[in-house]
Write a protein that binds this ligand. Structure first.
Ligand code: SAM
Length: 273
C-alpha cells in the first residue's frame, strides 16, 4: 500500500482526549514528526507507543519537509502532530502538507481536538457561523486593525491569546467593538478549566483582580447585533467601484446586492446625482 501522511490531532490538556484511531495510527507509522520530541514522548509513553520521533518545528520546517517527503516517496508512512490540538491550526505543518499534496502523496486527517472549536461549543455564543482568526498580533496597531477588519463580520470571532497580553487585548476589543459579549475559555480540558463571560470591561475587572493571570486562553467575541450601516452615498459607492475598473451596470448590480436595494433604485440614485 502507498505511504500516507497522517495529520493527527492530539489533546490540548487532558490526555484522555486522543482517539482510538489516533493511537493506532501513531503506533503504525514509520515516524512521528512533532514540534518537541520530549513533549510528544510523554504522550506516546502514556499510550505505550514506541514509534520513532523526529522534530518538525518552525525553525527546521524547510529542511525536514524534504526529509519527510523522501521517506513518504520511499514508501514509509509519516504522522504529523503538534504540541497540542490539531496540527496546522496556529501550528507548524502547512509547508509539509502543501508539499505532500503537490507531490501527489495521500494526506489523511485523523480528527480530534482543536481549542477553537472546543471553546466555541461551550461558549454559549452563536455557532451557526464563526471566524477563526488565529493569534492576536502582539503589536497594538496591528491588533486594532485586525479587530476593525472584523467589526462587521456576521460570525462569532475566535482568537488565540497569551495570558500576559489579555488585559491589553480586552481594552482594544472594547475600543473597537464596544460592549460586545466576550467569552474567555481558559485551560480547556484541564483541572482549572474556566469560562469567563461578559463585556470586555467586566472580564478585564475579573482578571485584573487576580494575583496572576495564567493558563492557555481562547477568546470568543459575539458578532455585531446591528452590523455597521454603510454611510457612503449610493452613487458614490457605484463611482468607487467604477474607479476600480468595474463597468457601470456591473457596479450598479454589485451595490444593489450589497445594500439589499433594487437595481432600478440604485440606477435612479446614480442618474440623479
Ligand atoms: N493547534 C492548536 C489547536 O488546534 O487548538 C493550537 C495551538 S496554538 C500554538 C496554542 C494556543 O491555542 C494557546 O496559546 C491558546 O490560545 C489556545 N489553546 C491551546 N490549548 C488551550 C486550552 N487548553 N484552553 C484554552 N485555549 C487553548
Amino acid at each position: 500500500m502507498a505511504a500516507s501522511l497522517f495529520i493527527v490531532a492530539t489533546p490540548i490538556g487532558n490526555l484522555e482526549d486522543l482517539t482510538f484511531r489516533a493511537v493506532r495510527v501513531l503506533g503504525e507509522v514509520a515516524v512521528v514528526a512533532c514540534e518537541d520530541t520530549r513533549h510528544t514522548r510523554v504522550l506516546l509513553d502514556h499510550y505505550g507507543i514506541s514509534s520513532l520521533l523526529v522534530s518538525y518545528h518552525e525553525h527546521n520546517e524547510a529542511k525536514r519537509t524534504q526529509e519527510l517527503l523522501g521517506r513518504l516517496e520511499a514508501g514509509q508512512s509519516v504522522a504529523l502532530v503538534s504540541d497540542a490540538g490539531t496540527p496546522l491550526i496556529s501550528d507548524p505543518g502547512y509547508r509539509l502538507v502543501s508539499a505532500a499534496v503537490e507531490a501527489g502523496i495521500t494526506v489523511v486527517p485523523v480528527p480530534g481536538v482543536s481549542a477553537a472549536v472546543t471553546a466555541l461549543s461551550a461558549s454559549g455564543l452563536p455557532t451557526d457561523a464563526f471566524c477563526f482568526a488565529g493569534f492576536f498580533p502582539s503589536k497594538q496597531t496591528q491588533r486594532l486593525r485586525l479587530l476593525k477588519q472584523h467589526e462587521g463580520a456576521a460570525a462569532t470571532l475566535i482568537f488565540y491569546e497569551a495570558p500576559h497580553r489579555i488585559l491589553e487585548t480586552l481594552d482594544d476589543i472594547e475600543r473597537v467593538l464596544g460592549d460586545r459579549r466576550v467569552v474567555i475559555a481558559r485551560e480547556l480540558s484541564k483541572i482549572h478549566e474556566e469560562f469567563l463571560r461578559g463585556t470586555p470591561g467586566e472580564l478585564r475587572t475579573i482578571l485584573a483582580a487576580r494575583d496572576v493571570i495564567r493558563g492557555e486562553m481562547t477568546v470568543l467575541i459575539a458578532k455585531a447585533e446591528h452590523p455597521p450601516v454603510n454611510t457612503t452615498p449610493v452613487a458614490e459607492a457605484v463611482g468607487e467601484l467604477m474607479g476600480q475598473g468595474m463597468g457601470r451596470m456591473e457596479a450598479i448590480k454589485a451595490v444593489a446586492r450589497s445594500r439589499g436595494m433594487s437595481k432600478r433604485d440604485v440606477y435612479r440614485a446614480v442618474e440623479e446625482s
